[in-house]
Design a protein around this ligand. Structure first.
Ligand code: NAI
Length: 260
């Protein structure tokens, strides 16, 4: 048992050797921790972010590559992922991590907010997956890990459309797992609870956000925030051959918030 736990928590330098991994939203928070972790496990990592400078800085630090694109622009996603594919090699591991929200009660939101939240948290995942899946299927090789949220399972006050988008990501993950299964492609998700990142810090800057942050922490059994590295370790596991019999699964990394 101890050996298994150590295996999951400690980066294995060769577990992802020979793989090219692209992490969206890779310049900050969970994405940055994931990029570092996948690089530490031997992958050639492409840090993808709309924050070009941040992506370049991290890529330089981990000996990876950077590509700038906005996941809410499907045409731009196609072009940028096509270039990344040519420049760095076909993508074997896609981590759909870019996402986020600004808290607001549903009745205070309008159509433009709904569209923006869905574009970032759901359509972005769909667009990036569409851009890499053909090559993965053609090569019968690939794993996709989507960053959902416990909000997609248990809901969230002040984040109705975000919760809807993340529930959509969980459903999308299962559908791609089914379509990909006979083509050598696995697709899984993680559902983080409260994780100490710039996004969560940003939440705490307004009164509703601060209440939400504390509410999420109180809802965990462990009574605290997780760290980006906790989520990165789960993503690295799901991306690796250690999870070769795991697909369509959503792994909670949430201190026991939902226990699903
Ligand atoms: P973060 O704000 O620290 O990092 C998000 C990164 O995504 C940033 O580098 C940002 O530039 C990039 N990004 C934002 N919009 C983009 C776009 N349109 N195109 C390309 N890149 C874009 O956020 P954090 O906390 O690391 O969140 C990562 C993921 O984890 C998100 O999907 C979020 O919904 C999810 N999550 C986070 C939780 C938390 O408590 N921090 C809890 C549950 C889920």
């Amino acid at each position: 048992m101890t050996a298994i736990i150590e295996r999951v928590l400690t980066p294995t330098p060769t577990r992802l050797q020979g793989s090219v991994a692209l992490v969206t939203g890779g310049a900050s928070g969970i994405g940055a921790a994931t990029a570092r972790r996948l690089a530490a496990e031997g992958a050639r990592v492409v840090v993808a972010d709309r924050d070009d400078d941040g992506a370049r800085r991290l890529a330089a630090d981990i000996g990876g590559d950077a590509v700038a694109f906005d996941v809410t622009d499907p045409a731009g996603v196609r072009v940028a992922i096509g270039h990344a594919d040519e420049a760095f090699g076909p993508i074997d591991v896609l981590v759909n991590n870019a996402g986020g929200d600004r808290p607001s009660f549903f009745l205070d939101t309008d159509e433009s907010t709904w569209e923006a939240v869905l574009a970032l948290n759901l359509t972005g995942v769909i667009a990036c997956t569409h851009a890499v899946l053909g090559s993965m299927v053609g090569r019968r090789r690939g794993t996709i890990v989507n960053v959902a949220s416990e909000a997609g399972r248990v809901g969230m006050v002040g984040g109705a459309v975000y919760a809807a988008a993340k529930a959509g990501v969980i459903g999308f993950t299962k559908a791609i797992a089914r379509e990909g299964a006979h083509h050598g492609v696995r697709c899984n998700a993680v559902a983080p609870g409260p994780i100490d990142t710039p996004m969560l810090d940003g939440l705490a800057r307004d009164p509703l956000g601060a209440r939400l942050r504390q509410g999420m922490i109180d809802a965990t059994v462990l009574g605290r925030c997780g760290q980006p590295d906790d989520v990165a370790a789960a993503i690295a596991y799901l991306a690796s051959a250690d999870a070769s019999f795991v697909t369509g699964h959503t792994l909670a990394v949430s201190g026991g918030l939902s226990m699903w």
